[in-house]
Design a protein around this ligand. Structure first.
Ligand code: GDP
Length: 321
């Protein structure tokens, strides 16, 4: 381990595919670092992907995402599934490599060789998590995960972004958090495929459910479209998670039958290609590595020697050389 020559990549890919946790971890680190080896890594991984069900877990801080994710892992393991957990922190530029390991609830699964747990931050590189999360998902998919849970950690406005990456998005709410109002604000009513009212052991869970149900009923859904169910859970006691898994499976079946799975995955690939292409363009223009083409053109616009459209044309013309 630790060698960075490209000769290492086929072997790493092979080991990751066979389920070697260290190889999986190493590949995800390459993703976090935006390593130049990724081109070769992705080429090696892609033929072995497409099997993993990607499930996003989102909701306000404190609602019980981490507890629910851990309980879901347990439920999926009982069903014999190999599970990946990717905790993404869009608000932090730092790697959270150790973060999940420190989270007590995840310790239940720390020694299970059929569970990969990893947290990830953008490390400030271009495109951030929109670029790196799909790549990390691909690693876990190729490693044979049947289900990958993508949990957002930290605070942020990124719930909707994470939903864009998932096949199925779980939106968690809980009583006593003012979620009814928050939900509408955050656009959460559009993104949920399955709604989970966690902390159902607390007063007010039924009230949250009623509010949510009437808000969802207002949505205009065409005939034949998915109607998001609402499930109550007590994640801290593992209650209701079997029903959540059943709803995830039911949604997956609907996605497959309706053609929506392919549509979602195509959208995801499109976003990923775009992010890679934009990163490549920016690198070429020197947005990443210092002064170049773009700086020269900017100076010309400021000096009133060019208009910005002409400058943009010139910039694009550098690609037809
Ligand atoms: P996250 O910030 O969304 O990841 O939330 P956590 O999973 O860290 O949970 C926040 C707090 O709520 C913790 O103290 C949990 O123990 C507690 N919690 C989680 N699920 C439940 C539940 O079903 N009932 C109750 N009463 N507390 C819960």
């Amino acid at each position: 381990m630790g060698r960075r020559s490209s000769g290492n990549v086929p072997e790493l890919v092979e080991r990751a595919r066979s389920g070697d946790a260290r190889a999986v971890a190493r590949l995800i680190s390459l993703v976090e670092d935006a390593s130049p080896l990724l081109r070769e890594v992705m080429a090696g991984l892609v033929p072995h992907t497409g099997n993993a069900q990607v499930v996003g877990v989102t909701g306000s801080p404190g609602v019980g995402k981490s507890t629910s994710t851990s309980a879901l892992v347990g439920e999926l393991r009982r069903a014999g599934k190999r599970v990946g957990v990717l905790a993404v922190d869009p608000s932090s530029p730092f790697s959270g490599g150790a973060l999940l390991g420190d989270r007590v609830r995840m310790q239940d699964h720390a020694l299970d060789p059929e569970v990969y747990i990893r947290s990830m931050a953008s490390r400030g590189h271009l495109g951030g998590l929109s670029w790196s999360t799909p790549q990390a998902l691909r690693v876990l998919d190729a490693a044979g995960c049947d289900v990958v849970l993508v949990e957002t950690v930290g605070v942020g406005q990124s719930e909707v972004d994470v939903a864009g990456l998932a096949d199925t998005t779980l939106v968690l709410l809980a009583p006593g958090m003012g979620d009814g109002i928050q939900a509408a604000k955050a656009g959460i009513l559009e993104i949920g495929d399955v709604y989970v009212i966690n902390k159902a052991d607390r007063d007010g869970a039924d009230q949250v459910r009623r509010e949510l149900r009437s808000m969802l009923a207002l949505a205009d859904r065409p005939e034949g479209s998915w109607r998001p169910p609402i499930v109550k859970t007590v994640a801290s006691r593992g209650e209701g998670l079997d029903e959540v898994v059943a709803e995830i499976d039911r949604h997956h079946a609907w996605l497959t039958d309706s053609g929506e799975l392919e549509a979602r995955r195509t959208r995801r690939a499109r976003d990923e290609i775009e992010a890679i292409a934009v990163t490549a363009l920016r690198e070429r223009w020197g947005d990443v590595h210092g002064r170049s083409e773009l700086d020269g053109l900017a100076a010309a616009v400021v000096a009133a020697e060019r208009d910005p459209y002409a400058a943009a044309d010139e910039l694009l013309a550098t690609f037809t050389d």
